[in-house]
Each structure stands twice: as structure tokens, then as C-alpha cells.
Ligand binder design. Sequence first.
Ligand SMILES: C[S@@+](CC[C@H](N)C(=O)[O-])C[C@H]1O[C@@H](n2cnc3c(N)ncnc32)[C@H](O)[C@@H]1O
Length: 284
Amino acid sequence: MAMAGNAEACLRGGIAKFCYGSSRSRVPRPSSFLVLQLAGYKQHRSFALQVLADRRNMESVMPVNTKANKLLSGDRLFQYVQAQVREPEILRTLRQETSKMRGSSMQVTPDQGQFLAMLARLMGAENCIDVGVFTGYSALAVAMVLPDSGYLVACDRSQESLAVAQRYFKLAGVCHKVDVRLGMAVDTLKELLVRGDAGRYDMAFLDADKRVYPEYYELLLQLVRPGGVIVVDNVLWHGTVADPSVVDTKTQSIRDFNKFLLHDGRIDYNLVSVGDGMSLCRKR
Ligand SMILES: C[S@@+](CC[C@H](N)C(=O)[O-])C[C@H]1O[C@@H](n2cnc3c(N)ncnc32)[C@H](O)[C@@H]1O
């Protein structure tokens, strides 16, 4: 029975990866031939068709090429969670535009955006930092709930994606609350420290190059106030952190960083499995 369950799980995962796999997937994507062989196509044809039908249903809620589809592809529970998000129209439009762009799978999922906005609200956050803006979903979700007296420093090295983000900041009427910084994010964070911003921020969201997480984290820990929170994205790295057979450098660096956070006495720590996994690090 357990074997049958595992077989179905493998089959479900295999077909789903075939249907939804993306270029950023850490797990090698099997060819369609291999998947169908694995599936024993004839016996499981109805299941495969069901997965494809699920995909079509999903697309009505989420465009195909998003981080979410890759994470929990074919998972009705995931779709249910997304359907519970009160996504503002402007964020929905941004998500749809981003879905047609290269790298669209980097975007946070709607429930992650809402989670960040909720956190900012709960904390009464005024000053925030977004490290890794891309087309602006996470930054905009937070900026929209900041008071007019607050601001968000938005860091990214890509002029092209920041241009999209800035267009949406304008559309949403939050430009006066967003300080856009084009350049290497480590340099920007160092500049903030030099100008005397240590301890000035309530919340920071870290979603840029994963191997530099330890350096970003040390800088952000100086920039947030005691009681402030650093939220780290992609700490489950599409689930590969839990698979000992995956030993590539990125996965390993995230595993190491998670282990480091677990034992860091400077913070209260909570890994939550929203999106691709987010760690909440509350500065003591
Ligand atoms: C995962 S995406 C961010 C997604 C974004 N939070 C959202 O909600 O759509 C990562 C972003 O980090 C940026 N990035 C990567 N390395 C960087 C660096 N060293 N300095 C600044 N930005 C960087 C990339 O250009 C990319 O736009």
C-alpha cells in the first residue's frame, strides 16, 4: 500500500514536472518520453489527462510561468490558497505582465506578497528594504501598506526590471514612498549604513542572489532595529534542501545558511513554508 502511494506520488511529481517544469528547477526535468515510460502511460493515461486538466484550471488562476507553478505544480491545495488571496488589482496586473517576461518564475507568489504586506501592517512598519526587486511585486505589496511618512528602499541591479517596477510604483501612486536604488545591493546596503541608517528599518525582505545571503544578512541585521524583522526568501529552494541527493552549490549554500540562522542567538527565528519557504528573523 505504502509502495503504491509512493509510486503515485512519483508519478504525480514526474508528470507535473513535465507539465510545469521551468528553467530554474533544481531537479533535472525528465523528457516527456521518460515521464510517460515512468508513468506506464497506458495504465495511467487518465491520471495524466487529469494533471493536464488541472494545469488548464490552474492557468485560470495563475499564469503558467510563475514560481508558484514550479513549487507546487498541480497541487489543488496551492491553488486554493492562492484563491484565498485578496490580491489588489494592480498587483494582479503586474503579475500578468511579468508572466510574459524572461525570468518570470522569480516573482514571489500572491500569498507571499500578501504575507509581507500583513507583516508590515502587524508591525506598524514605516521604513523597509527590499533586496531583489525584479519587476516589483514584493516591493509594491509592502509599499502600498506603508504610511505616507514611511519609505521603502528598493534594490536591484537590473535596469530593465526596475523600469517595470517603477512604472507600477507610479501607477499605484507610491513613488513618493519608494527609494529605488539601481546597483549591486551589497553596495547599496553599505551606503545606507554609511549615511547613518543603522537601526532605522522595521522590516527587510531578502530575495536576491542566494549565495550572497550571509553577507546581505549581516548588513541587514545592522540596518533593522531591535524587534525589526528580516524576511529571507527561497529557504526551501523548491524542496531540494530536504533532498540529500541534491548537492549543487546553491542548494548547499541555502542549507548552510538555514543551519546558521537556526543557531544565530542574535535573532528569534521561524521558517515558514509560504511560497518557496520564508525565514522570519526577528532581531533581538
Ligand atoms: C528572485 S528576483 C526578486 C523577485 C521580487 N522580490 C519579486 O517579488 O518579484 C531576484 C532579483 O535580484 C536581483 N539581483 C540579483 N543579484 C543582485 C545583486 N547582486 N544586486 C542587486 N540585485 C540583484 C535580480 O536582478 C532579480 O531581479
